[in-house]
Design a protein around this ligand. Structure first.
Ligand SMILES: NC(=O)c1ccc[n+]([C@@H]2O[C@H](COP(=O)([O-])OP(=O)(O)OC[C@H]3O[C@@H](n4cnc5c(N)ncnc54)[C@H](O)[C@@H]3O)[C@@H](O)[C@H]2O)c1
Length: 378
């Protein structure tokens, strides 16, 4: 017998902005100062990726001091090794030492690692502090820093601890990409190829026409902007209708079924987008095996990935490992496989019935294709 029974309902409305700008750190550009709500005499905790700090540190400091704002700059190393609770704690301690008010935004300038860790720290600090993201890698600009998810790794699991805490404002400046190593450009291109394959045939065509040039010039120029614009528009449209992931069938999970396990296990280390690329290649072979994606289109995707400088295979990909990765993904997706597979370029379906035998056939087919010069099915 119940003596009391209460239900509390509240709706948390969220809105956040993503803005593309040029010359973000130019003295006359107010975009960052406005986003970070800088007023003369205030202090701001500014977390900066260590590589970006050595390249742009002086400009970053000057940007704030010119506005009579004290930047408390903390360098944070890039790379997965930083996605730890230790770094979340360090950021919390830095926020305390900086003497931040509860509503003072933290500024996070760096790649997906920094924005993921900073976002989690911001979501925990005083149970939720605003922050501003300035992504400086391609994967950050098209993916990691435009959504709501934050995270760190735990016990060998990707993003095992995390939260949904979008930045109030994300400012994208492609100028940061000028210093990005080529491998990290390819890493970001993987997430753009993902959007193209599952929902945007026009984007696929743009990539297919000149992916090598786009990579070489780091998406500067007009086509680069079109590509970024389409990729981000598509991503935000997918996220907006399902920001809290109540629906676990997400087309943006294309390439993210076995990739978390591959990313954590590969030796030498694979980048996030590289693991996603291998997953996309395998998904395309699965789709081809089911007659969802034609062999010519499968070849186009695999070839595009390679042209972008991405791998389609890794020695870690043995059947036992990949099947346990699928099982882990099922746990992550609430008990169903919900694997997005392309059903043509620009569209996608979900499947729940991939068997270990089917995976065996596809893994060996992908291995065969990966060994051929262009990865093109016969
Ligand atoms: N939250 C999400 O929705 C989401 C989505 C996709 C990826 N991610 C996460 O993003 C992470 C990968 O992000 P990443 O590839 O940006 O990694 P990263 O932050 O480690 O950056 C990659 C490297 O580039 C360097 N760097 C950053 N900006 C630079 C610049 N402008 N010039 C020169 N060097 C620069 C960094 O120091 C680092 O060495 C993964 O942990 C992944 O899980 C998150």
């Amino acid at each position: 017998m119940k003596l009391g029974d209460w239900t509390v309902r509240a709706v948390r409305e969220v809105s956040y902005r993503v803005t593309e700008v040029v010359d973000l750190l130019a003295p006359g550009n107010d975009a960052l100062a406005e986003a970070a709500r800088c007023s003369p005499g205030s202090r701001r905790l500014v977390l900066v990726d260590e590589n970006v700090l050595s390249l742009r540190g002086e400009e970053i400091r000057a940007y704030f001091t010119d506005r009579r704002v004290v930047p408390v700059v903390v360098g944070v190393p890039g790379g997965e090794a930083t996605k730890t609770l230790r770094w979340v704690e360090k950021i919390g301690l830095a926020a305390d030492s900086a003497g931040l008010d509860r509503r003072d935004p933290i500024v996070a300038v760096g790649g997906g690692v920094l924005t993921d860790v900073a976002g989690l720290a911001a979501s925990l600090y005083r149970r939720g502090t605003p922050y501003v993201r300035v992504p400086t890698t391609l994967i950050g600009q098209v993916d990691a820093a435009v959504g709501a998810k934050t995270g760190i790794n735990l016990h060998g699991g990707k993003n095992r601890l995390g939260s949904y805490h979008p930045a109030d404002h994300t400012l994208l400046d492609r100028g940061f990409l000028a210093t990005l190593p080529q491998r990290h450009v390819a890493n970001g291109l993987a997430e753009i190829v993902k959007m193209a394959v599952i929902r945007d045939a026009v984007l696929f065509g743009l990539l297919d026409a000149e992916v090598e040039d786009l990579a070489r010039i780091r998406l500067s120029g007009e086509t680069g902007q079109r590509v970024m614009h389409r990729a981000i528009t598509g991503m935000l449209a997918e996220l907006e209708v399902n920001l809290w992931e109540h629906d676990l069938r997400r087309v943006v999970d294309f390439g993210h079924t076995i990739s978390p396990a591959v990313e954590m296990a590969a030796d030498p280390v694979l980048l996030h987008g590289e693991a996603v690329s291998i997953d996309m290649a395998l998904s395309c072979v699965l789709a081809a095996g089911r007659g969802l994606l034609g062999h010519a289109d499968t070849a186009r995707v695999l070839t595009l990935l390679r042209r972008a400088g991405l791998p389609v295979w890794n020695p870690v990909c043995d059947l036992g490992f990949l099947w346990s990765a699928v099982e882990d993904s099922v746990r992550h997706r609430g008990g169903r496989q919900s694997i997005p597979l392309p059903s043509g370029i620009g569209t996608c379906v979900f499947v729940d019935d991939v068997t270990e035998d089917e995976l065996r056939v596809c893994v060996s087919e992908l291995h065969r294709l990966a060994g051929t010069e262009a990865g093109i099915p016969a």
